[in-house]
Ligand binder design. Sequence first.
Ligand code: URA
Length: 237
Amino acid sequence: MLVRLQKYLAEADVASRRRAEEMILSGRIKVNGNIVTELGTKVDDELDVVEADGKVVRIDRNMVYIMLNKPEGYVTTVHDQFNRPTVLDLVKGVKERIYPVGRLDYDTSGLIILTNDGDMTYRLTHPKHNVAKTYIALVDSEPTAVEIHTFEQGIIIEGRKTARAKLRVMKRDEAGVYLMITIHEGRNRQVRKMCDAIGHPVRKLKRIATGRLTLGSLKKGQWRYLTREEADYLRSL
Ligand code: URA
């Protein structure tokens, strides 16, 4: 992955980003044998050889990125005060200390990412970050065009209007009507509250995508490592 040189140096624990910038400007950093004094320079964190004061520096990235299809009945915290099962109980055999990125309700199923990459987690869960999250919601009856419009334009929840959202009616069967919903925030129980607000309480909820990452054929309770491309995509967001 391409990263800015000062970020590379900070991630390799050479110095803080500010100090790293000073080091670059004062000619102490080489990339592939050449002194680089340009702050915007990008380096490939796996292919390029970066030296600080003549010593090769590497990012020790033993980062793991996992996608889990969370079943209902699990919490997405590392410990639960009521001793309920946590998503970590489902991811056995991973020696790194991973934790969930963001949250899904106890009674919601679907895509959740687990990682030990704190930097990526911070950026992905920051409120100003607006990666699309897509859900399938089961409700009792079909929303009207006016209700859909209200949902998509934003609803006041706890005093604050929700950001633009999308709602499509997908199909209906004997269980009810399935809606495909895309939101760009991660407020507490947001999809449920938005559906409540238009008079269509959610009976079942499943997250099927985060940005371009989709659950695919991963079964409930199963997990897999992200591919290199998928992990790079998450880190690039
Ligand atoms: N919105 C909800 O209401 N619940 C979730 O778990 C995620 C989004």
